[in-house]
Design a protein around this ligand. Sequence first.
Ligand SMILES: *[C@@H]1O[C@H](CO)[C@@H](O)[C@H](O)[C@H]1NC(C)=O
Ligand SMILES: *[C@@H]1O[C@H](CO)[C@@H](O)[C@H](O)[C@H]1NC(C)=O
Length: 479
Amino acid sequence: MGTFITKAVTRLAAFAYGLFTLFLYGYLATRRGTFFKKRTERQNLELQLARDRLWNLSKDYAGLSHYFITLQSGFKFHFMSNAAPGSPSALVSDRPLVIFIHGFPDSWAIWRHIASSPSLQSSANLVAIDLPGYGGSESLEKYTATAVLEKLTELIITLRAQYGVDEGTQTNKKRVIIVAHDWGCVLSMRLAAEAPSLAHRFILSNGPLMSLAGSNVRRMLTSASKMFNTALAAPLSSRAPLLQALRTLGPLFRQLKMSGYVFAMQLPPTLVTYFLTGGNYSLMAGIHKGSHGRGEFTPSDEGTSMASSMGPSLAESKTQTANGDSYPATIKYTHDFANILNMAGYYRDGASISRWRKSPQTVANLHSISGGPELRRANSGAGLLDEGTPGALQASSTVFWGKQDIALNPQICLDGMADYLVADSQVVMLTESGHFTPIEQESRVALVKAVEWAVNGEKGDIGSVVQECYPSAKVIARR
Ligand SMILES: *[C@@H]1O[C@H](CO)[C@@H](O)[C@H](O)[C@H]1NC(C)=O
Ligand SMILES: *[C@@H]1O[C@H](CO)[C@@H](O)[C@H](O)[C@H]1NC(C)=O
């Protein structure tokens, strides 16, 4: 009974907080005057042009073309690449494979600045995917960890074959690098922890490692509750421990405040849709404006960012790639923002924390790519019987953190990170940058440098490499 009441109260509080956030955001947008603002003709035109640039399948975007892969399970992924999957040049070249994975509320297009880098295009096969339920990829019924990670893993294994990383009994013939941001980072951290053989290097930015964040939250709660008990035991001299307890919980309160939108995502679907699209997309518009940091935000930038979130419109849904492929038939492009509830599904269905129940096929696939000449991970202590920190990353990882991120508290997300890393891993603080590192001007240059470093064999220290273009970047943890 007790736990039932606790659960009911927690759910009610979460619901109330979600509702509060909905009204708060609405209020703020109204006060700023963005809520009742009509989108201008110019804005609508820029959006339409951008949707054609990003999603018209017969068009290339800065050296990248549109492709689809249908998995054996029948699921259709959309992605952009500078090399056709399965083509002789993709299979035979010795160029590494780089896979870019976006977050919320984006698509492949958040990588448009990085994946269009000529130096990267000439030295690697680049693939920027749309996650299930985003952009031009098919959607899932539920966004549980099992549903999402099974599809993502099958895609990566298929891409590895199509770009000549694994072939028959030979495997790891070239390097694979996974580059991810926000939700893509959260999911890729789970891959690095639970399926580390998928890539030789993970480059991860501004998404929480949920196991570490959970452990930090529990630690704060435990020590705060001890201090409260001390305070209660000696009520007369209790001011100091009481204050100290509250101070210990500071980061938690700050994170809760910043996470209001996560609670709003748990509301009934109609309210979630309203939250994400109401006031003519005032929330999206606000996020995108913020994503450009202190840089200029032109009407064309706004159109491109909105087009990245909204995916193909009815017009682009009828286009075809050079070899006659088209968008999944299951997406209803008649709705102007077809993916809205799929995006929210990641927050609603527990993709970040629920258990990933691997299918026998996935276990077999992961096993088959873990052999071969790449033995470094075995040396770094990621064997089957390894008893490291639960949820720790088991593949070499480089974490880039935009320090000015207003969505993620660094004490919760980064404290103790070193215990969650294996050999050849680093955490690099980008002191001047915010959450959207692939978009902001300084940080995206740093990310290009980091991917070049990984592609060209990781020569030199990543700290010095990144400092060449981002002088204040600092390695704050390494293994
Ligand atoms: C949004 O835009 C449409 C037309 O562009 C307009 O009719 C409507 O009043 C605007 N505001 C809201 C809050 O939907
Ligand atoms: C897509 O691009 C092609 C080639 O540029 C163009 O001819 C076509 O009209 C575009 N389709 C749509 C629906 O805009």
